[in-house]
Design a protein around this ligand. Structure first.
Ligand code: WTA
Length: 655
């Protein structure tokens, strides 16, 4: 396959062997233009991170110990105190940069707001006082369920200012998912909005929240931002309008000095069981690594760059690379509320052109969707401001990588494919754009200070070839645990391979030591970059009164990476039909959220089971992906599979 040679120069013409050097113009101005940083970090990795912490952040009191590591519990920068909102706001304003734009915000309907660092600081201080007036103090949990509006980062930063812990719940989650997360965290206050705009419609966030609030005894108050102006019910004594509280709030609030290891936030993510895990992130180490990676992976020049991470703040990507990393570094960002095809399929490209975006960070599923919509959409706009592109959330296939590189980046922008997880808190494996030779489809190598290895089943390092991705020593932004469940923390991440963190991903290492990620090896699906557990969807399905048994697998999908395929056995008296499939999809959306709707539902009288009664998911995946079946000798009843295969071929799929 031949490729046109852009400014960056493609040196090889074969798929796996294509390499792309950093463009000369890019390298000349890059913050890291020398590979020495890798060796320097490796020689003294603790010292390296301490240097970053000192250089990138403001500390009220210095730490006395860099790292205390008692596997699996790490504590970084012990004795140090700092405040996240001070680092993200006050210090920039104090340095005379109050007029710099923090966010160019654009609502889906086309309304805009320009928010400077000084503006943001004022709002955060006021909202800190609002939270305190509602009884929130250090260590209390605040749940946040909001659209992509400026009040969302304001709420998060206000929590950090007073030492409260936020738990942001993605606005696409259902009432029940919200309820479970509020209950697990025992949140005292919920911050939400009447709604948010998505594809021209108002998503009824407050109405969803009201259903959750029926069963959340810990919540004393609800603060509601007016956004869509749909009618909402305000329960007196509990529910208050954001704008009314803010109008009455005092202007100033000093940032609370927090210990480096104080809890900063909880973020729930799917694991292999039905119960989501409250991933715990703390203060000093987390902020150090997000600031470091945001600065060097995106080669941020804060005085000139306009950075846009097009994720939702409800996911970890938004926490680390819309809110904390960019603000800690004094960056100017774009924040966009809505969907990429409203009102037309070139909305993103008009935003890039309008604000002169230089750094764009998005997910492979978005890139593949844009590919499907055609290169004429970006071609309608002047995208020449772009100088770097990023990818996150799932493996990016070489074809999508090349399309992104050529049609969005004009062949001149390095593409940084960044591998990391909710649990890692910050980017772990990624190019440094001024020095790394890129290979389309590879996240390349661990960043300076990070040590990752691929191992085989026995936990032995694989120098070249496939295996499991592990991390071999603690890193500053690593999760500190699962909220309320230290045993699950150890079991999930630190017990499969002795002395190593197990990421749950498979990867291949090539002869240059580059990582080629291959997806999850456990029962977690990755749909459009969102983690969903197969068990969670199965529990939602069997919760439906008509369902006797369900097995869910993720199957390869050209646009969304994986798609949810559900095999369902109905109870007696219930009949398979397309309408019934729709009602099961609706049920999953109610239990978890619209992202959990199965694309295909295969009704079947039986599921393939081993003699001991375990469902053989591997076979179901083979069926879903149209592969020949491997070993079926352990099946209790081999004829079941043929039956399922025939039905799977006939089952309708939802687009
Ligand atoms: C996958 C998102 C390949 C991976 C930041 C990981 C990736 C999971 C990449 C974490 C990438 C993320 N290449 N796979 N560049 N980035 N993943 O917690 O399977 O939502 O374990 O964090 O996404 O998803 P999470």
């Amino acid at each position: 396959m031949s490729q046109s040679s852009g400014a960056a120069g493609i040196e090889s013409f074969y798929l796996e062997a294509r390499t792309i050097e950093p463009p000369v113009g890019f390298r000349e101005r890059a913050l890291v233009a020398d590979r020495d940083i890798y060796a320097r970090a490796e020689a003294d990795w603790e010292g390296f991170w301490a240097e970053q912490a000192a250089e990138l952040l403001d500390w009220f009191e210095a730490w006395d110990t860099i790292l205390d590591w008692k596997l699996p519990f790490a504590r970084w920068f012990i004795g140090g105190t700092l405040n996240v909102s001070h680092n993200c706001l006050d210090r920039h304003v104090a340095a005379g940069r109050g007029d710099r734009v923090a966010f160019h915000w654009e609502g889906e309907p086309g309304d805009t707001r320009t928010i400077t660092y000084a503006d943001l600081l004022e709002e955060v201080e006021r909202f800190s006082n609002v939270l305190e007036s509602l009884g929130v103090t250090r260590g209390d949990r605040v749940a946040v369920y909001m659209p992509m509006i400026p009040e969302l980062p304001v709420a998060m930063l206000a929590c950090t200012r007073i030492g409260a812990v936020h738990s942001v719940v993605f606005g696409g989650f259902s009432s029940e998912a919200l309820r479970d997360r509020i209950v697990d965290a025992e949140a005292k206050v919920l911050v939400t909005a009447d709604g948010g705009w998505r594809k021209g419609a108002a998503v009824p966030l407050k109405a969803n929240a009201d259903v959750a609030l029926e069963e959340t005894p810990s919540i004393d108050h609800v603060v509601v931002v007016r956004r869509t102006e749909v009618d909402v019910e305000m329960r007196s004594g509990r529910d208050r309008w954001w704008h009314e509280l803010m109008a009455d709030a005092r202007r100033h609030r000093v940032p609370e000095p927090m210990a480096s290891e104080d809890l900063l936030y909880l973020l729930y993510t799917s694991g292999t069981t039905a119960k989501p895990k409250g991933i715990m992130h703390t203060t000093g180490g987390y902020l150090t690594q997000v600031a470091f990676t945001h600065k060097y992976v995106f080669d941020l020049h804060p005085e000139e760059d306009v950075y846009w991470c097009a994720a939702d703040i409800g996911w970890v990507t938004g926490h680390s690379y819309i809110v904390y990393g960019p603000l800690a570094n004094g960056a100017t960002s774009v924040l966009y509320e809505g969907s990429p095809d409203f009102p037309t399929r070139d909305r993103w490209w008009s935003i890039v052109e309008q604000y002169g975006v230089t750094l764009l960070y998005t997910a492979p599923t978005a890139v593949r969707t844009f590919m499907k919509w055609g290169s004429e959409e970006p071609a309608k706009h002047d995208l020449s401001s772009l100088r770097l592109l990023g990818s996150v959330g799932e493996p990016i296939n070489p074809e999508a990588w090349m399309w992104y590189f050529e049609h969005i980046g004009g062949g001149r922008c390095p593409v940084v494919d960044t591998w990391w997880q909710t649990e890692t808190g910050a980017i772990m494996i990624s190019p440094l754009p001024g020095v790394t030779t890129l290979k389309p489809g590879s996240a390349t190598t661990p960043l300076p200070g990070i040590a990752a290895e691929v191992v085989d089943d026995a936990g032995k390092k694989v120098a070249e070839g496939g295996g499991y991705v592990t991390i071999t020593r603690p890193w500053p932004a690593m999760l500190r645990g699962i909220y309320g469940d230290p045993v699950r923390y150890r079991d999930t991440y630190w017990s499969r391979f002795e002395g190593r963190y197990f990421a749950g991903d498979g990867a291949r290492i090539d002869d240059d030591g580059y990582f080629w990620f291959m997806g999850r090896v456990d029962d977690v699906m990755n749909v459009s970059g969102h983690r969903i557990s197969t068990t969670e969807v199965e529990s939602a399905l069997v919760d439906h009164p008509s369902v006797a048994e369900a097995a869910v697998v993720g199957a390869k999908d050209a646009t969304t990476g994986q798609a949810i395929i559900a095999y369902v056995t109905l109870r007696g008296g219930h009949h398979a039909s397309e309408e019934h499939g729709q009602s099961l999809r609706r049920h999953c959306a109610t239990k978890i959220g619209p992202i959990a709707r199965p694309k295909t539902i295969v009704f079947t009288d039986d599921l393939p089971k081993t003699r001991s009664g375990k469902i053989m998911r591997r076979l179901l995946r083979d069926v879903a992906e149209g592969r020949d079946l491997g070993d079926t000798t352990t099946l209790a009843d081999a004829s079941v599979v043929e039956e399922i295969r025939a039905r799977a071929q006939a089952a309708p799929s939802e687009e």
